[in-house]
Design a protein around this ligand. Structure first.
Ligand SMILES: NC(=O)c1ccc[n+]([C@@H]2O[C@H](COP(=O)([O-])OP(=O)(O)OC[C@H]3O[C@@H](n4cnc5c(N)ncnc54)[C@H](O)[C@@H]3O)[C@@H](O)[C@H]2O)c1
Length: 353
């Protein structure tokens, strides 16, 4: 039986529960049985996660009366592309998976994004479940229904809003994560704290938070935003804190910096911009730096204002001659702030100078 699990209900275009707890991989079948009657399932996973966790999920599914096949692709962002996407669809078709069957995304954000997109397209839409195995996927990518693949022109340029029927997060899986990936997840965790709640930042800094509580808290923050702005037309843009500069930093680093590390540096830059504009009080920047340093995240990167500008302006989310920045007013509250594109280089230059 499942003990000590936490459940967060999401009400979006599809309603679903996020179940968080330790040892949940062996309960996947049991949890799903309450939502969908036994059917064929295909686990989509990557080459790192497969040897660690596929067997436990397959065993649990079979025990509950589901059949399970799997499709494994090479781990890494470089696989989140059109070729892998089509291979997954071809696999589903060759296995004669029907619209009443189920896809299971077992892995980090790469697996979740591509599997979700495949689920949204295969036979014009088939149910899927997210089983995040990275901290980042647990607190961010598995919740909210954004699915995507990368195109040559940039990250996440093709995708769909498509909600899973369940998210099952076994926090024991984080134990096998490389340290860099754990830090990467904490960049997003700290982002939520800066966006929504100073007390959450304080308890993170005290080191007394249990990982299940951290995931639950972040998922509730994200759920609340997604329920109010599922299709990213307004408030959901707040979740881009640190991401405008992060795009450029990731690119200039040749992707040697992870997304989370780039978001960390980007969050520091956003806070410096806010200080320069007088939006937050002096010293907020230093507070943000301290939090990120505590979680082994970088706070600086050698990049020019031109490079930051170029990446920010090629972002697909940009509209017209204005760019919307997410800037902290204080720890626990951020605002959307439109700046003129023509002033952007100067703004970045003063923040990193
Ligand atoms: N859809 C969204 O809303 C959203 C939000 C944020 C990020 N994303 C996307 O998420 C992706 C990044 O996610 P990520 O950081 O999870 O990357 P990832 O999926 O590449 O996982 C990082 C690495 O950890 C490995 N791994 C995963 N789970 C493991 C485990 N338990 N033990 C050991 N190794 C494990 C993976 O194989 C990979 O090498 C990006 O593509 C980004 O665009 C999407």
């Amino acid at each position: 039986m499942m003990k000590n699990t936490k459940t967060v209900a999401v009400k979006a275009s599809g309603n679903y529960d996020i179940t968080i707890g330790k040892g949940l991989l062996s309960n996947v079948g049991e949890i799903l049985k309450g939502i969908k009657k036994p059917c064929r399932t295909v686990i989509v996973t990557d080459s790192n996660v497969d040897p660690l966790y596929s067997d436990a999920v397959i065993e649990s599914l079979e025990k509950a009366g589901y059949s399970a096949d799997k499709y494994v692709f090479a781990a890494g962002e470089k696989s989140k592309n059109a070729a892998t996407f089509v291979e997954i669809l071809e696999f589903l078709a060759s296995e004669k998976i029907t619209r009443s069957d189920l896809l299971v995304a077992l892995g980090g954000g790469v697996v979740g994004d591509i599997t979700g997109f495949a689920a949204s397209c295969y036979l014009r839409g088939i149910d899927f479940v997210q089983i995040p195995t990275t901290l980042l996927a647990a607190v961010d990518s598995s919740v909210g229904g954004k699915t995507a693949i990368d195109l040559k022109a940039g990250k996440n340029l093709a995708g769909a809003f498509y909600q899973p029927i369940a998210v099952i997060c076994d926090t024991d899986t984080f134990e096998t994560l490389p340290e860099k990936e754990v830090a990467c997840g904490y960049a997003e965790v700290i982002k939520y704290g800066i966006l929504f709640e100073k007390e959450f930042c304080d308890s993170l800094m005290s080191g007394k938070c249990d990982i299940d509580e951290i995931v639950e808290k972040c998922v509730i923050f994200k759920r609340d935003i997604v329920e109010r702005d599922e299709f990213d037309n307004g408030e959901r843009k707040l979740l881009n804190l640190g991401h405008t500069a992060a795009h450029g930093i990731e690119k200039v680093s040749g992707y040697s910096l992870t997304h989370g590390q780039a978001v960390a540096v980007g969050t520091v830059i956003a806070t410096k911009i806010a200080e320069n504009f007088g939006i937050c009080k002096e010293g907020t920047y230093r507070e943000v730096e301290k939090m990120l340093e505590e979680f082994n995240l970088p706070t600086k990167y050698d990049i020019t204002a031109e490079e930051l500008c170029e990446a920010a302006l090629s972002d697909k989310k940009r509209q017209s001659s204005k760019l919307t920045l997410v800037l902290p007013e204080k720890i626990g509250k951020c605002v959307l702030y439109d700046v003129d594109v023509e002033n952007l280089k100067d703004i970045f230059s003063k923040a990193i100078g």
